[in-house]
Design a protein around this ligand. Sequence first.
Ligand SMILES: [Zn+2]
Length: 381
Amino acid sequence: MDYQGLGQPARSFAQIIGQQKAIQLLQMAFGHARWAHAYIFAGPNGVGRTSVALAWARLLLCIQPLKTAHNWHDACGVCRSCHEMDKGTHPDLHVLNKELYRYTSKGKAESRPTELQIDVIREFLIPQAFQMPSISCRRVFIVQEADKMNLEAQNATLKVLEEPPTYCCIVLICARPDRLLPTIRSRSHLIRFSPLDHGIIQKHLCNAGIQGDLARFLAFISGGSLGRARILACLEGAGGLLTDSREILITGLTNSDTIVQVERIVAQCDAIAKAWSSLEPQTSPADLRRRSHRLLIDILLSILQDALKLDLLPPDRLANLDRTEPVKAMARSMDKDAIINAIEQAYEASRMLESAVNERLVWERLLLELGCRVNINRFGG
Ligand SMILES: [Zn+2]
């Protein structure tokens, strides 16, 4: 499956999926010529923060912005600034990320920094911020993973935020705004980005040619992130890795041989991590392995949540609509309290994976706990 084919980066506000509230705030600010010099775009990965930041930069930099059919302000698409944006060579747009470290005077070609270092801010933000724009009347900086700035980098950024030049707009993109210094937060306008409704993601996947039941399943386990849904679609495209995982988990919940099940799950996660590395070669293998295990927990949660919702909600609210029979069988073998407990245990397992507990141990503990519940209930205990 063509990962890129599922969606090119949005160029205008009208092309952005969801996030109407965030866009509306920016539209109002632009309409009243009262935009802030610093924004924090806060929200989970893959929900459109970067797309909105790029559309915003395109609008701020455009030489002849216009009003679209939505009555929204947007870039014209034809001026010199818009052309430079399209080519990715706009001299007044600066996109910073922690990987830029390798291009600083101290960085080395092989560096894979885990934090956004002060050298990136010193060499790619501060000098440029105090230079007049070249072809537009503004200069825009987009800092990706801004919550990964270390303390020195944040203090250096603060120097610009304390007295930003009038033409300057800095957008800090982050998942955890609480990791930014209070002094940065107080000088920035916070815009929150929420997870997308799974219906929106499902529709997008269907439009990209993915079959309905599969699109529904992928949308439910995407966590409201279109970016993640695209990756999941590619993983599924690599030999049905996710639907196979679902079958392994359904068997795992009803099979008492925990050790065999854990082996199957670990092998499956290794296969997913391997496929994932071809989509994100820059991410470390350990990170991808952990993400794969958390993905299987998310699939497990979708099954358990379906078992709980079965009698309460219409079928179109189920993630695994094409696998309702095993879900019904599970719902019959467990009472509601047992399912709720299983969901809690799965969330706990996800938290343990976040805190770097050995993956095999996490699954052994989880399956023993769930297997125990299923068997007790099966025998009327
Ligand atoms: Zn333009």
